[in-house]
Design a binder for this molecule. Sequence first.
Ligand code: NAD
Length: 490
Amino acid sequence: MNEVSLRTLEDRERSLYPKIGLFIDGQWICDRDPWIEVKNPSTENILAPVPKATDEDLARALNAADRGFRVWRDTPPQERVKIILKGVALLRERTDDIAKILTLENGKHLADAQAEIERCANFYEWDAAQSLRTFGLIVPGEPQMQKLILRQPIGPVVAFTPWNVPMSSAARKTSAALASGCSVILKAAEETPGTACALVKCFEDAGLPAGVLNLVFGDPAQISATLIASPISRLVTFTGSTGVGKHLTELAARAMKPVLMELGGNAPVLVGDGVNAAEIGRLAAVGKARASGQICASPSRFIIHEASYDDFVGSFAEVFNSLKVGDGFAPDVQMGPVANARRLAAAQSMVDDAKQRGARVAAGGQRIGNRGYFFAPTVLAEVPLDADAMTVEPFGPIAACVSVPDLDAALSVANSLSVGLAAYAFTNSLHDAERISRNLECGVLAINHFGTPDADTPFGGVKDSGIGREGGPSSLDAYFVTRTVLQSTA
Ligand code: NAD
């Protein structure tokens, strides 16, 4: 592309991208020093500056959330649900525009961006419905003592969300908070702030009272330290890396606050013998390519029975070698870029480490082109167990394959890491499926498919993958506290 067409492209991208602002106490604030600039990972064009919240902004956000909490807590649940569902209707109406913002800032394919927005709508609808059934209890007791167990919203929530699923992660947290009657200060990822602004705008336009939902950006360490230490905030919820999650959990412990932590994984995929390994290899390629492998539930460590190994790796590599990688706006593209230069460097380093330790590159293995963060979908075969590709979450389009003699060996490899989020297993044996369900250390297990939980089922991890669950029948539990009232009627 020549200089002029590159500039035209940048202008066009900017015209689709919103102005980024903080949203505090019902007001948008854009005139702050920039913290970073948002980059389109497909073109490396600059989309917009991201304003940095000052200490005064954070103090105002906390006070607004405090006032907003009291207003929202005392709003009848039916009224709250009306406003939430109006916000959801606006979100659906605006899907096409918001999906473009998501593809611009994150790189994922436009169709995947649209699907992510629909997923958000599902979260709000599920939590709104749940909120109408958050009953307390009356405990049988002596005639002159009424024993009540009340469930009350916990208070202002501080929520930190990542760049890989910037809409659905922000939706998960704001949806549960708003449905429970809590106010929120959302610190969305500075690298993908446009979708968070668009999401907040839907609820502003739906008539959410000022202070109930606030949005800040800036220096993550400064923001988390300030918001978590404040006596105003009552719950800390975070989705992101295990390292940052542990840091925020320490900050929360010092302030005696509960946390909801959805952290990294490194999902094992057990493929047994006697299965259609070639077909599972094709399905694995589709599952792994989703969001360029940058999802915490992405299938990553393929632990394959030796009888299925060659067919599985062969078909996986065949699909990956023919996958069309490019800008998420191109209709025929099957996988977009990775989200930033950090992920590109991490992917290359993981492949280099595996090669150096003797792994075979069956597909991909390097960057594509020199503009945009495109990394070839990669299958690494015969990967030693101590290679980074088997021990570090790839968070990129890299699949590591290893062959095992039996299910005992497969379970031992799968459970060998400190993380345990999503896991997958393919087997024709009910007996093996049952053993895997009982013995695989994970929070979510998919048997004979690559699906993950929607709004109606819990999502979360064990071990270093986090604390608590989002979604499912108990999706609001973390956002409530129980109050016992013993009322004498004598
Ligand atoms: P990182 O650990 O550098 O974290 C970056 C993100 O965490 C940014 O959104 C940043 O704002 C936030 N952050 C960093 N320090 C913070 C602090 N002190 N307080 C509050 N927020 C803070 O991660 P990265 O380079 O973006 O990604 C690296 C790894 O993170 C990935 O390999 C993956 O394992 C993990 N990750 C997981 C998820 C998930 O969905 N669980 C999402 C994104 C990243």
